[in-house]
Structures are given as structure tokens and as C-alpha cells.
Design a protein around this ligand. Sequence first.
Ligand SMILES: C[S@@+](CC[C@H](N)C(=O)[O-])C[C@H]1O[C@@H](n2cnc3c(N)ncnc32)[C@H](O)[C@@H]1O
Length: 380
Amino acid sequence: MKTTHNILFQDSQDLKEIPSESVDLVVTSPPYPMIEMWDEMFSRQNPEIQGALAYGDGMHAYALIHEILDAVWDEVFRVLKNGRFACINIGDATRTVNGNFCLYPNHARILTHLLKIGLSVLPDILWRKQANTPNKFMGSGMLPAGAYVTLEHEYILIVRKGLKREFKTEAEKANRRESALFWEERNVWYSDVWMDIKGTEQKLPKAMSRLRSAAFPFDLAYRLINMYSVKGDMILDPFLGTGTTTAAAMTSGRNSIGVEIDKGFQQVICSVAHHGVDFSNDYLHNRLLRHYAFVENRIQKSGQLKYTNKYYGCPVVTSQEQFILLNGLKEIHTRGDNTFDVVYSTKPQTWNFDQPLEVANSHKMKPHTKPFQLSILDTQ
Ligand SMILES: C[S@@+](CC[C@H](N)C(=O)[O-])C[C@H]1O[C@@H](n2cnc3c(N)ncnc32)[C@H](O)[C@@H]1O
């Protein structure tokens, strides 16, 4: 098993290098309109934005910025295959322009455009990122009629092109079964409020401190990829930044294309490749260990489970989990400057119980009590 990952350094408003109807899933987070850290980036793409902000016309700047994003969403629509999803992480912005403090509802503006171009809107995910800072409340403190509620959530908009995807052939059905989620993951991942994923302050190397990243957490990209695509699919992120989506696609056994306008990110993205194998395998091990901890707990509380996973020999709650298979990474080859090939291991990689990983510790697992094999396998 092998996947390929391409990085294009260019403007996503025109993605002519990517053929129409060639992408299975878009996972992305654009720069958030009306957040000051992105003013310069957007103004470079349309200098009128700088003018509108300087003139104090917030609504005009907001409209112009969204025109840039609209062009990218049009390309997303073109390159998506029928029946495939786009997941867009976006936050609204609060800002005072010309003495007027108000909310710029980016999520609503983007949804309006996505509907207009013909995408079907599905229930979204509210990502609640708690800020523990004491000054998180906005406005007039304890005095009424001038204080504003905190803005501690972002959205993950979920849209689909065309009607539901079909898995027709036996091979497609088998691949879908291997790509399934564990029951306990389904219960959290498919809920409409995510509170268990913390925001991330990406630490960039000093030499690259001029770069703005606003990276989303690896967990967020990994979850979305595993919820809305199957192994071997093609994932696109038109606002790649530090390369989180590429890393999550590698770990998930999917192909990917990442597009980023700022070539300054190249070094950060390439460093993903250097740590990709160990990072991914640890992540997959931890995923299995979480399942193991869940199963142990569940059996203690409610007795034996009905089904067993074919590859790991571990109990699972439903028949749909019997063929889940996490493919461990063997090596990552760099081709040219911006292409990576990932080869997945063909032999089982057994977890070393003498060196428990973070999750095992956090669940106070006793390695010698393990009732089933815990390893990352490959089908080949
Ligand atoms: C919010 S960041 C994405 C962060 C990314 N999810 C991560 O985990 O690192 C948005 C990125 O979009 C890039 N960008 C802005 N306008 C763009 C455009 N027109 N085409 C391609 N990339 C663009 C910015 O340089 C920035 O790196």
C-alpha cells in the first residue's frame, strides 16, 4: 500500500493543475476574514481591502475579503467528485472599525456562497475552544446593556457535492469496512459539539517567526478525514499552512494535495516528512490503546462484547468494526521538492508493552493483563 502527497505553492483561487472531479474530500481552514493578523495577507491579494479598512468601512472590507474566498470555494466545487464532502473550519470575527464593535459572521457568509454554487449543506460541528483567560469577557464588565457574550467557538461547516456517495463493488465495500471507526469514536466524533479538542498555538522555528500559521490541531484534521473519506481517497487542503492536513492524510492512508500561497511554509511542511513515520505510528498505537482501554472498561461494567476485530483479535461493540485496520507507516520518500510518497508496512508492528505510550499511562493500564494482541497491521 502506498500514498502520494503533493504540495503546490500558489494561489488557490485558480487550481487549474487539479483536474475537475478528482478530489474525494476537502479539509481546510482559510485565513479568517476581519481578523487583523490576516489583513496584510488579504490586502496583498486585493489592495482595495487595505483602502476599505483605512477608510473605516468594515462591511466593505469584509465583502471584498470574502470575494477572494468565494473564488477558492468555486474551485473546491469544481474539483470535488460527486457525492464527496468539504469540511471547512471557520471562526467568526469581532472587531471595532470606525468606533463600531460588531461580529463579522464569516460562517454564515461562507455557507451562503456554498449554497449558491450548489453544494448541499449538512449539520455542522461547533468546535468549542475554551479560553481560560480572565479577561475573555467583552464589553462593560458587570454593567448591563453593554457586555457581550464570549466568542469561544468556531465552526466546521460540512457540505456535500451531489447526492450520497455509493460503494458498489466488493473491493469498495471491503475498503470502506477497513476504514470504519470504533463505536466509541463514532459516539464522540459524530456529535455536533466538539469540546475535547484544544486549539493549538503552532510553534514555528525562530527563523520562520514572520510566518503566521493559525494551525488547526492534528486531531481535528485526522477525525474529519476518517469520518468523511476512505483509505486511498484524495484529500485536498487549499489553505495548507503548516501542512497539518498532509500529515493527517499520511497517517490515515489517504493521498493528498495541499496548496499554500506562502512558499515560506515549505521548510515547516517538509519537516513533517522527517518525523512522519514515528509520529504516525505512535498516533495509531494510541488510537488502538484508547480502544483497548474502552473495551476493558466496558467489559468490566457490562460483560463480554459480541464481536471481535479480525485483525487485532480485540472485542468490538458492533459487526461494522470487525474489519477496522490501521496501516502503520514504513517509510516516506521525498520526490523533488514538494512530493512525498508514503509506503505502509507490510508486516505487523507489535507495540512494545515495556514502554507504554501516553494513553496507556493515562488509563492506568496494566500491560500484563492484555487479553488480545495489540498491533498495527498491513493488508499486503
Ligand atoms: C488558517 S491558515 C491554515 C492553517 C493550516 N490549517 C494549518 O494547520 O497549518 C490559512 C493559510 O492559507 C494561506 N492562504 C491565504 N490565502 C491563500 C490563497 N489565496 N491561496 C492559497 N493559500 C492561501 C495562508 O498563507 C495561511 O497559511
